[in-house]
Write a protein that binds this ligand. Structure first.
Ligand SMILES: [Zn+2]
Length: 292
């Protein structure tokens, strides 16, 4: 056994089989890389708005398109998300950024990420070598990819955002009640992109009784899908700013904990918070073993 394999074994980092829900290459081919490539940290838009998928960064699959994806939201049993970060795709520092996003969830919600173990029936395979930043919405049986194209997608805010999709959330401005909070400027939207501003009926999504959140990490920027540099979304509250990329907002946390309330109640003293810290320490101290 090599040193790397021994390290993985000690951390129970089993390697998952190919996921059932990988990259839908037909969707990825629509990706216009120019807007993605031009994007910088100083841009007013969010990078995940430029990934060419449904609403920017939601990966759809043929089966779900046919059946109507909105009924397919699935939560993760016991609020536990098995993960595998493909070591081929990320540097040590990038891996740390992903782990620290997990940590924010551990510290602020009842969600627990843990390394994939053999026999897991569902897991997140975190990849970095497809174009764009993207995820499916909710859990899928048989493994699913969450892609964080390096280096642009590997920032704290983007990782937190994509994980929230994987946990079952759509973008904030899709909310049923959004027209009470924002105005959509249809005339400023790129041709053929109006569908990205759909709102969903209450039969498909719920706000869990939490008020609309301008500060959600899931909110589009004011310039999302703009064809002319003018706002496509304007807050009705003149003092509100749309979205941010620092991390989970307080209301993001409230909704997440509501969505997972029953699952969270079912485990006690799982100790995964401690486990994650151990993993972080381990990565910091033994990176050469894992990535050598
Ligand atoms: Zn998104």
């Amino acid at each position: 056994m090599t040193a790397a394999a021994a390290s993985r074994a000690r951390l129970k980092m089993a390697v998952p089989p190919a996921p059932r829900w990988g990259a839908n290459m037909q969707m990825l081919r629509r990706h216009n890389s120019a807007a993605f490539d031009y994007w910088t940290e100083n841009s007013d838009s969010n990078i995940w708005e430029h990934c060419g998928l449904f609403e920017g960064d939601i990966m759809l699959h043929r089966e779900l398109l046919r059946n109507g994806l909105l009924n397919e939201r699935q939560t993760w049993p016991e609020a536990v998300v098995p993960f595998y970060i493909d070591p081929q795709d990320f540097t040590v520092n990038q891996t740390m950024i992903i782990l620290k996003a997990f940590k924010e969830y551990h510290e602020r919600s009842c969600i627990r990420f843990r390394p994939y173990e053999e026999d897991d029936k569902h897991w997140l395979l975190i990849k970095g070598n497809y174009s764009g930043c993207w995820s499916s919405v909710g859990r899928r049986q048989g493994g699913q990819v969450l892609n964080l194209n390096t280096p642009k997608c590997v920032t704290h805010g983007v990782v937190v955002h994509e994980l929230l999709h994987a946990l079952g959330f759509y973008h904030q401005q899709s909310a049923t009640e959004r027209d009470e909070y924002v105005k959509i400027n249809w005339e400023n939207i790129l041709d053929g992109h109006a569908h990205n501003f759909n709102k969903y009926a209450r039969t498909h999504i719920t706000n869990f009784g939490v008020e609309y959140d301008y500060q959600s990490v899931m909110h589009y920027s004011a310039l999302a899908f703009s064809r002319n540099g003018k706002p496509t979304i304007e807050p009705l509250d003149p003092y509100a700013a749309l979205g941010q990329r620092r991390g989970l907002s307080d209301k993001d946390i409230s909704k997440l904990n509501e969505m997972y309330e029953q699952d969270c109640g079912s485990f006690n003293g799982f100790g995964l918070g401690g486990y994650l810290n151990e993993l972080l320490d381990y990565f910091e101290g033994n990176l050469a073993d894992l990535f050598g």
